[in-house]
Design a protein around this ligand. Structure first.
Ligand code: ATP
Length: 631
């Protein structure tokens, strides 16, 4: 059905031609392909489908499959055939659209061909290289055409350095030696092209998860598809799975699907993976920065192996940076001599950050800058030449320092308010408060606030902490924490950070007691031990005569009439002697040196109160025992 090169064909004729050969749907990738070409399309493992065919970035097209058209939701055979005709052959005819937009219907050949751009795709290892052929023709079709081929790769040319220097072989994959170092099992399996089965790669940003996944796919010689949970939905996942299954069924070719940020799929979305992973129809490689035990569906997790990647060591980062520098083709500008070790330190284990820092430094150093040096440098031999040399060196040193400072500011690590780091930091602050280390608590408070944390989130934790850890040791803690919460609500940032700091300092210095909290936990544990007894009759209300006759409220001692504590049967018989869930008065109250200084007698006062309570309790126990004997 291909038209002769460079020759216009009447679209009506093409429609008639198409009637004779309707396109069919490929059973693997659902692309519409002409009937006569379907076998070729399958033999080519669905390569050649247009870019719309699926989410895979490995989609390729060759000249022999240029007529293949992806499925359109609003497709009709007629429209498809017209479209096929429009994009036919390298020197294809102008599109009907172009002709319509020219406003001249079927325009003269010359005006249509005067400037034509055709974009072809050709495969490379990981990237789609685009070759643009600009065909500039003279006004008349008969005249000699001037052809100018400009080879550009706009997709890769604009990539950040981190992306351009992504390793394409396992040999150039730096670090992570515990996991893929020489002699490791995983490395052996990857090198043998066996694949690693479905797995989850867990590690902090920029530690090399995506890179490793791509390397695994490359050596396994499988189709590789990539999805990101941030931009894909259930329908994308289903589409890839179905294609993978069909491909396996019809051609025996495996598919590796890498899902970046897999933790962002909710549990229901993750459930979609189960049958495909379970049956081995697709090999899943999930990448996540979050702890998979919390963020990945348990059922899916049990079908995947979890590999943990660590942040890069400064040594690994130095190697990655040096490799990236040496791979650059352009001449390097002057760079500060300490730049590489400096970047390796400040990047905090994140290779992408380190490479971004390097790229930033390169840009700054390449940019023409206004020299603050005197325009005439004294000549050698002149006594002032030494000074001139020194001042030049000083100037350079100052510039280097400024550069590193701006790179450091540019690399300041973000605070992930939705991630694990948030919980780690609030928990760190809580632990510092519990351990009465005010300075450390203040640091974590500042880290959270400067990272953009919601002050109410911090204040809520302070409210909890004031009861959980300070509790009875300082009853003022809870009202202060509540007041801090309200201050944050009313005032907001930036001022409310002062209220937070006030409360943090107070809670750090307050004495600590977990009596109420631990007592509650013990009581709660008892509530999970059946049989659960009813409320003792003595403390039940007796609003009716019958209830009174049944013993409800019998011998109940009305509290205000008695010296406290007032003894009634507050607990069921089975628990009467079970004092383990009541607050232990003898529990030690942890006091900070600051508190000791404030109130030396506090402990003694409280102890004497407890002693009295313990004795009263003993008395009550004895009286109960006697009564029980009598009964
Ligand atoms: N082990 C490594 N060896 C060489 N370069 C690496 C390595 N790890 C990471 N890099 C560099 O850092 C860049 C980012 O790495 P990659 O995308 O693999 O990290 P990631 O762990 O997937 O990060 P994220 O969780 O943010 O997606 C890569 O493009 C590459 O240039």
């Amino acid at each position: 059905m291909a038209a002769d090169k460079g020759q216009l064909t009447d679209p009506i004729a093409l429609v008639h031609q198409a009637d004779a050969e309707l396109p069919v749907e490929c059973p693997i990738c659902s692309t519409l392909v002409s009937e006569s070409e379907i076998n070729l399309h399958l033999d080519l493992q669905c390569r050649g489908a247009s870019a719309e065919a699926g989410p895979s970035h490995t989609t390729e097209a060759g000249p022999q499959t240029s007529h293949i058209r992806s499925k359109r939701t609003t497709s009709s055979p007629l429209r498809d055939v017209i479209d096929l005709a429009e994009q036919d052959t390298p020197t294809s005819k102008p599109s009907l659209k172009a002709r319509r937009s020219s406003g001249k219907g079927v325009a003269p050949v010359a005006s249509i061909f005067s400037s034509q751009v055709k974009v072809k795709r050709k495969s490379s290892s990981q990237d789609d290289t685009i070759v643009e052929e600009k065909k500039l023709a003279s006004v008349s079709g008969d005249e000699e055409r001037k052809e100018k081929k400009v080879k550009i790769n706009p997709l890769t040319a604009n990539q950040p350095l981190a992306e351009r220097s992504r390793p394409s072989t396992l040999a150039s994959y730096i670090g992570q030696t515990d996991l893929v170092g020489p002699g490791s099992l995983l490395r052996a399996r990857i090198e043998a092209g066996e694949g690693v089965g479905s797995c989850i790669l867990w590690g902090p940003p920029g530690c090399g998860k995506t890179t490793l996944a791509r390397l695994i796919a490359k050596t396994a010689n499988a189709d590789f598809k990539e999805l990101s949970a941030t931009s894909s939905g259930a329908s994308d996942v289903r589409q890839v799975f179905e294609q993978a299954k069909n491909s396996l069924k019809l051609t025996g070719r495996r598919t590796i699907l890498m899902v970046d940020e897999i933790h962002r799929f909710n549990k229901a979305q993750q459930d979609l993976f189960l049958p495909y992973v379970e049956n081995g129809w697709v090999q899943l490689i999930g990448a996540t920065t979050e702890n998979p035990s919390f963020k990945v569906n348990g059922a899916l997790l049990s079908r995947c192996q979890v590999f943990t990647l660590s942040p890069h060591s400064p040594e690994s980062l130095q190697e990655i940076l040096t490799n990236a520098l040496s791979s650059l083709l352009e001449p390097l500008p002057h760079l500060p001599p300490d730049l590489i070790p400096f970047l390796a330190d400040v990047a905090d284990g994140d290779a992408r950050q380190a490479l971004n820092g390097l790229e930033l430094a390169l840009k700054v150093c390449q940019a023409p800058r206004q020299s603050t040096l005197p325009s005439t440098i004294p000549t050698t031999g002149n006594p002032s030449s030494q000074d001139g040399g020194n001042s030049q060196a000083d100037e350079q040193k100052k510039r280097d320092e400024e550069l590193m400072d701006s790179v450091r500011r540019g690399l300041r690590k973000g605070y992930d308010r939705s991630g694990e780091e948030r919980y780690d930091m609030i928990s760190a602050m809580h632990k510092c408060l519990r351990g009465s280390d005010g300075s450390a608590a203040m640091y974590w408070l500042a880290r959270m606030i400067t990272g953009g944390e919601d002050p109410l989130y911090i204040a809520r934790r302070l409210v909890v902490m004031s009861s959980e850890d300070v509790g009875l040791a300082d009853p003022q803690a809870l009202p202060l924490a509540m007041a801090t919460y309200q201050a944050c609500q009313v005032i907001g940032l930036p001022e409310c950070r002062i209220n937070l700091a006030h409360c943090v300092a107070y809670l750090a210095e307050a004495p600590k007691s977990t009596r109420s909290y631990t007592a509650y936990k013990r009581a709660e544990a008892l509530c999970h031990q059946p049989p659960l007894p009813g409320v003792p009759l003595q403390i039940r209300n007796a609003p009716t005569k019958l209830m009174k006759q049944l013993g409800y409220g019998k011998r109940y001692s009305y509290d205000p009439d008695y010296a406290h504590p007032v003894y009634n049967e507050y607990l069921p018989h089975t628990l009467a002697n079970h004092s383990s869930f009541s607050p232990h008065p003898e529990e030690h109250i942890l006091k900070t040196p600051e508190y000791e200084k404030k109130d030396k007698n506090w402990d003694e006062d409280r102890l004497s109160e407890w002693e009295w309570r313990i004795n009263s309790n003993k008395e009550w126990q004895g009286r109960k025992a006697k009564e029980e004997k009598i009964l």
